[in-house]
Each structure stands twice: as structure tokens, then as C-alpha cells.
Design a protein around this ligand. Structure first.
Ligand code: GTP
Ligand code: MG
Length: 195
């Protein structure tokens, strides 16, 4: 998709604050700092539309970006940020689980993991949780530019093994917001799931 028009429409915490126009939604999840906002910006050809942060844990609301009046990208605040209080984490959990488990307009989730590392327990939990709710999921391994091309296959198999990746209900893509590698494939997946 050639993107020309993007608007940050809504920051929401509760369902009554979600958009009401019925457009399909694709959500981006992953631990804090993994590159959710960077992936969003790459997809919509913006340098800094979704705020990228040197301050992890900053984003605390669901941010809905309306892309070309066709789809919302939903930037979900990152998990696994140690410095937030337990109370904050519980609020976060309720907000995310409510959104992911109940939202009719949600057509797919892009679950980001760091290409350099084995997925964390939280990454694994999130992946299993999405499969349990039968939400189509694209696992995107980010920061691929930080490992040598010759090691990509190994990185992919490490990630898939840790997740117990199920290729019948999910897909996988290497990605870099530095080189834009994988951008077209991620867009193809999104367009195939917009319904
Ligand atoms: N080299 C490289 N750096 C990346 C890539 N993606 C993101 N980064 C960097 O990683 C840092 C975090 O990126 P963000 O996109 O803000 O991460 P986020 O997941 O949105 O973080 P939160 O909003 O805090 O949850 C920034 O310094 C980015 O520049 C990538 O593909 N390659
Ligand atoms: Mg972010």
C-alpha cells in the first residue's frame, strides 16, 4: 500500500474510547523497546509519526493510527518494562487483554521479537495467548540489521523453536527498520488480513 494519509486518531484505555467507525485493525505488540513504533513508522513511510522512544515504558495507552481510511494500526504499549509498578502492570494487563480478546475489528496481531535473542517468557506467553484466542499472528523478528545475513536462518529457527511456532496458524518475517528489509512482506500480510 502506498501510504499518503495517516492520522493519529485516538489514544484509548477503555473500550468506549476505541474508534467507532468499524475499520479493520492490526495491532503491534512486543516488549518495550523491541521496535513497535519503528515498524509502524516504516510501514507508513514516516520518520517519527508513532513516537519512538529512548524512554521505554513511556507509551501507556492504545494508540490508533488511521491509515488511508482503510485500516487502523494499533500501537500497544510494550510489556516487560521493569520500572513500572505492579499496579501499573495490572492496569496494563487488563487494558491489553480486554482489547485483544474482545475487539471485533481486530483482524490480526503483529508480534515483535528481537532477532538477536531467544524470545522471552513474556514473548512466548503472548504468542500462545494470541493462538488461544485464534487471532492471526505474524511474528516479526526486528533489528535484523544487527545480525549478519548468514545468521538469519539460525536466528529464525531459534525463535520458532522457543515459541513452538505453529506455521498453520501463524507467519514469520525478518525485519529491519534501518534497512526496511521485510517492509513489503509485512504489508502483504496486513493486506491479506484486513478482510
Ligand atoms: N538497528 C535497529 N534499531 C531499531 C530497529 N527498530 C527499532 N530500533 C531502535 O530501538 C529503539 C526502540 O524502538 P521503538 O520503535 O521506540 O520501540 P517500541 O517497541 O515502540 O518501544 P516502546 O514504545 O517503549 O514499547 C529505538 O532506539 C529504535 O531506533 C531496527 O530494526 N534496527
Ligand atoms: Mg513505541
Amino acid at each position: 500500500m502506498e501510504v499518503h494519509n495517516v492520522a493519529l486518531t485516538i489514544s484509548a484505555v477503555r473500550p468506549e474510547q476505541y474508534p467507532k467507525d468499524g475499520l479493520p485493525e492490526i495491532a503491534f505488540v512486543g516488549r518495550s523497546n523491541v521496535g513497535k513504533s519503528s515498524l509502524t513508522n516504516t510501514l507508513i513511510n514516516r520518520k517519527a509519526f508513532a513516537r519512538t522512544s529512548s524512554q521505554p515504558g513511556k507509551t501507556q495507552t492504545l494508540n490508533f493510527y488511521r491509515v488511508e481510511d482503510e485500516v487502523y494500526f494499533v500501537d500497544v504499549p510494550g510489556y516487560g518494562y521493569a520500572k513500572v509498578s505492579r499496579k501499573e502492570r495490572e492496569k496494563w494487563g487488563v487494558m491489553i487483554e480486554t482489547y485483544l480478546s474482545q475487539r471485533q475489528e481486530l483482524k490480526g496481531v503483529i508480534s515483535l521479537v528481537d532477532a538477536r535473542h531467544e524470545p522471552s517468557e513474556e514473548d512466548i506467553n503472548m504468542y500462545n495467548w494470541l493462538l488461544y484466542y485464534e487471532i492471526p499472528v505474524l511474528v516479526v523478528a526486528t533489528k535484523a540489521d544487527k545480525i549478519a545475513r548468514g545468521k538469519w536462518n539460525k536466528a529464525e529457527s531459534v525463535i520458532k523453536k522457543a515459541l513452538d511456532f505453529d506455521p498453520t496458524v501463524s507467519d514469520f518475517q525478518m525485519f529491519s527498520s534501518e534497512t526496511k528489509y521485510g517492509k513489503e512482506q509485512v504489508w502483504d500480510w496486513i493486506e491479506a488480513h484486513m478482510g
